[in-house]
Each structure stands twice: as C-alpha cells, then as structure tokens.
Design a protein around this ligand. Structure first.
Ligand SMILES: [Zn+2]
Length: 253
C-alpha cells in the first residue's frame, strides 16, 4: 500500500481521464490519495471527486499562488465549509517567496489565518514553502500543538530537523528522482523515515523517468524507489512506513 500525500486530482488536467488515472494508480498499489484545495472555487470539485471515489480524501485551503483570487471573506467561508463538510486537513496554504510578484504581506495574512483555523478545527495543515522555510518555522513555533506536513520539502537539512522537532512531517516527490538534486537527496537520506511522506503533486513536479508527461499518482512508485535507494532499504519498507505516517497525520482508517 502506498499513500500519495499530495495530488491535485481535482484539476481540469484530469477531467478527461480521471477514471483511468485512478485505475492505473490502483494497479501501481496506491490506495489512498490526499487532494489539497487551492482556492475557494476549487472546494466544490474536490468534494465531488472525493464523493465519487472512496480512495480520495479532501483538504481545503487557500494556496499562495492564487493570492489575487483570495478575499478575506474566503477565510470565513473556509470555516463554514469545514463545519459542513468532512476534511482530513487544511491547505494547501503557505508562503512562496520564489515568485516575486506574490504580495508577501498578504501571503503571510492568509497563511497564518489558516494555521489558526487548523488549530480551531483540530486538523493538520498542508504547507507549501518555497524560499520561505524560516518564516514557516517561526509561524509554527508560535502555535504549539499545530500538526502538519511540508509538501515537496525544499529547505535545508538543519531546517528539516527543526520542523521534525516541532512534530511536522516532511513530504518528498518527483524532485528526489533526479540524480542532479544532490542537496535534496542528501537531505532525504539523512532524515528518519518515521517523519517522511511521499507525494506526486500531480499534475506538477514530474518524475525523472517521465519528464515530458503529465504527472499522475502511479508515478509515485519512482519516488518510493528513489527514497528506498537513498535509505538503503526496499520499496516495501518505504511504502509501509510512509503510509503509516500519512494514516497517523490525517487520521485515516
Ligand atoms: Zn500542491
């Protein structure tokens, strides 16, 4: 059993063939997939997808990429949505300082508000952190008891250790399948498996063996293989441990 801890299966990229994508995922051994929400208008489609397929689990949030689409009212709407709909997490929320045109202050506003909502609803958070890991660590530190994962982790080894100490899981995907991701692969190899998750972030972040293709959950096997190699273990062990971690974090049964 493998859990894809982060996949945007609700995106229109999967509209024409979602059934076949999920059939291929099942055949590859993926039996649970977490779908993170990116903006208010995406939530309804995530809910529909999760109602249609029992192996999909919904998370709802406001992603920093779409900062121009969010309104402060969306935070109230998120709380209302969470009282009416089942969710396994809050997110995808976070801070992206790599893209310079995303207004920093307003990203910080939506991010910290969503962290507070996660605490209020006793749910874990799914965090997007690009060139912002230090600010993410500081925001988590201010909120004892907050649980969650950093998706497609790209910070340093030292920052990873801090996040693990704060009780967070670190998730890795396609980027670890590239031989030239030297620093990232070294980080993965040095971290305890008990704190790691695997993901595809499909349709984004393709694996090395399928660079030209739309990414999809079945390709997570490459991620599991890369992690197995980096930890000198077999893929079954990676699948078992990362699935147990995801079950624990998202309280799946
Ligand atoms: Zn994502």
């Amino acid at each position: 059993m493998i859990i894809d801890s982060h996949c945007h299966l609700d995106f229109t990229d999967f509209e024409p063939d979602r059934d076949s994508v999920l059939t291929r995922a099942k055949a590859a051994g993926i039996d649970k997939i977490i779908i993170p929400g990116v903006m208010q208008s995406s939530w309804i489609n995530i809910k529909t997808c999760c109602n249609n397929y029992s192996q999909l689990y919904p998370s709802y949030g406001l992603h920093p990429y779409f900062i121009d689409k969010h309104k402060p009212d969306d935070l109230q709407a998120l709380k209302k949505w969470l009282t009416e709909n089942k969710a396994v997490a809050i997110g995808e929320c976070g801070l992206d300082y790599y893209l310079k045109d995303l207004h920093k202050k307003s990203q910080q506003f939506y991010f910290t508000e969503q962290l507070d909502i996660a605490i209020e609803f006793k749910l874990p958070v799914i965090i997007h952190a690009r060139k912002s890991t230090e600010d993410v660590i500081n925001a988590i530190k201010l909120r004892p008891g907050l649980r969650g994962m950093i998706h497609s982790y790209s910070g340093s080894y030292e920052q990873a250790v801090k996040l693990i100490e704060l009780g967070f899981y670190l998730s890795f995907g396609g980027p670890i399948t590239y031989d030239n991701s030297t620093r990232l692969r070294k980080t993965v190899a040095s971290l305890p498996l008990e704190n790691l998750l695997i993901e595809t972030d499909a349709p984004d972040q393709p694996v090395a063996s399928a660079v030209q293709k739309r990414n999809e959950p079945a390709f997570i096997v490459d991620v599991a293989n890369a992690m197995a190699e980096l930890h000198n273990t077999d893929v079954k062990t990676i699948a078992r441990i990362t699935s147990a971690n995801a079950m624990q974090l998202f309280q799946l049964t």
